[in-house]
Design a protein around this ligand. Structure first.
Ligand SMILES: O=C(CO)[C@@H](O)[C@H](O)COP(=O)(O)O
Ligand SMILES: [Fe+2]
Length: 221
């Protein structure tokens, strides 16, 4: 079986009890904590910033994967690195200098990645494959949790999988949006290895039951 990772998105967690929520979801089997940063400019929603990342950092030993939905990108990167982020991804069309933003993330000791919205073309990958640790394919339009998976994302995941395999590099391929027990295997078959799930996990009373069921689906791929 491939090395699959489940990355619960804390966007759907109970923010009044965030420390407890992240501890519980890691105990339930989360491999990564997915941290959605929205700025009410690049996306029409406002969420959490470096202070909250710093606050949850002591509560979890797994990597924190910061998904920046912000514009501009660069000035917030050092703050997230200092706040304990391990992976930082951003949307290429939100950055004026993509290569510089990727380098900035790496210079601050984090893994770097690009995020593609459903309608963002993959040509942004053309000259930066050797600088990527993660590629994130959005299977919803960014801005909100709890939306439905857009099936066209599957062919895009497959196209990215081919590009990663051709590159010979170890790049995580993450899918984000509408992932649940019923469709996680399909995303894995298309080539994803890292699965963000917000509402599907935090919307249920028992996180372990959901994560175990997701792993059960992945074991059959
Ligand atoms: O980045 C985003 C939304 O913009 C995601 O990370 C969502 O927060 C995932 O939530 P679900 O679709 O799994 O509920
Ligand atoms: Fe996200």
């Amino acid at each position: 079986m491939a090395n699959y990772r489940i990355a619960p998105s804390i966007l759907s967690a109970d923010f009044a009890r965030l420390g407890e929520e992240v501890r519980n979801v890691v105990t339930a089997g989360a491999d990564i904590i997915h941290f959605d940063v929205m700025d009410n400019h690049y996306v029409p929603n406002l969420t959490i910033g470096p202070l909250v990342c710093e606050a949850i950092r002591p509560h979890v030993q797994v990597p924190i994967d910061v998904h920046l939905m912000v514009k501009p990108v660069d000035r917030i990167i050092p703050d997230f690195a200092k706040a304990g982020a391990n992976i930082i991804t951003f949307h290429p069309e939100a950055s004026v200098h993509i290569d510089r933003s990727l380098q900035l993330i790496r210079d601050h000791g984090c893994k770097a990645g690009l995020v593609f919205n459903p309608a963002t073309p993959l040509h942004y990958l053309d000259h930066v494959m050797d600088r990527l640790d993660m590629i994130l394919i959005m299977s919803v339009n960014p801005g909100f949790g709890g939306q439905s998976f857009i099936p066209e994302a599957l062919s895009k995941i497959a196209a990215v999988r081919r590009r990663i395999d051709d590159s010979g590099r170890d790049i995580m391929l993450e899918v984000d949006g509408g992932i649940k027990i019923e469709n996680i295997a399909e995303a894995a078959r298309a080539g994803a290895d890292t699965f963000v799930a917000g509402s599907a996990i935090f919307g249920k009373p028992d996180y372990k039951t959901v994560i175990d069921a997701m792993r059960g689906q992945l074991a059959q791929v």
